[in-house]
Design a protein around this ligand. Structure first.
Ligand code: F6R
Length: 241
């Protein structure tokens, strides 16, 4: 496990963007695993800037997103599909046909999870997976539990996650209770994993995940066992380590 210490959010975002841009420049048809939320927004912004300067070409890049809320259509303003377009895809030359996100409108969860697992398999897996971390140690929507779940699955969000994510919705009642999420095995099978973590509210999760035992109670802790994992975290997120 490698740790890159960043001064603050902007520095963290540039460091993570460096790693992603190197991946795309060296392997233009890379499969990128992508995350939503506030942590990777700065990384996406930096990549957009470099794209605008002509330094990166996303034409052949393929993507799989980690997760999506069950019940939200792709055009819903809080859906992760919408987030990805507004914060990244609409600003670069990626072919939207090469982007993949679980379909939150598919009420048949077995069918949707099987479909998404097949999408990941058909792409041949993920070359570089970008992650954030929840204040409770979740990755994707793999919430703390008794075991690690391998593939894409439907998750009942914990109260902690519902409360952490209510800032994006009008009220806590509007936060969906379920999500589809890639599993831990999907994430662990990525060739390289990069996590961005910023702010004091991530300090407990970062300490428990990377300086404590590997346990499904702290899902991100499994990354200690990944052969090519980089944590890019700012001083505040590392303040309890
Ligand atoms: C989102 C995702 C989540 C977030 C986590 C942190 O696709 O996978 O695991 O990374 O909830 O969210 P932020 O970055 O908003 O603190």
């Amino acid at each position: 496990m490698e740790i890159i210490r960043a001064r603050d959010y902007d520095h963290m975002s540039r460091q993570a963007a460096n790693i992603l841009s190197a991946q795309v420049i060296l392997h233009p048809d890379s499969v990128l695993g992508l995350a939503t939320g506030s942590s990777p927004i700065g990384t996406y912004r930096q990549l957009i800037k470099w794209y605008e300067k002509g330094d990166i070409d996303f034409r052949r890049v393929r993507t799989v997103n980690l997760d999506e809320y069950v019940g939200l259509a792709a055009d819903h303003p809080q859906s992760y599909a919408h987030f990805m377009r507004v914060n990244f895809f609409d600003h670069i030359n990626i072919d939207l046909k090469n982007t993949n996100i679980p379909d939150g409108t598919n009420a048949d969860d077995e069918e949707e999870c099987a479909r998404y697992n097949a999408v990941i398999r058909k792409l041949g897996g993920v070359n570089l997976q970008l992650l954030g971390i929840g204040p409770n140690g979740h990755i994707g929507f793999n919430e703390p539990g008794d075991c690690f779940v391998k593939g894409t699955h439907k998750v009942e969000l914990t109260d902690a996650t519902i409360h952490a994510n209510k800032r994006f919705f009008d009220s806590v009642d509007d936060v969906p209770r379920y999500a589809y999420s890639m599993g831990i095995l999907d994430i662990m099978q990525a060739e390289r994993v990069v996590m961005v973590a910023s702010g004091e509210n991530k300090a407990d999760a970062v300490r428990d995940a990377f300086f404590g035992p590997v346990t499904p109670r702290v899902p991100a802790s499994i990354l200690q066992l990944h052969k090519n994992f980089t944590l890019v975290a700012d001083e505040a997120a590392l303040s309890k380590c």
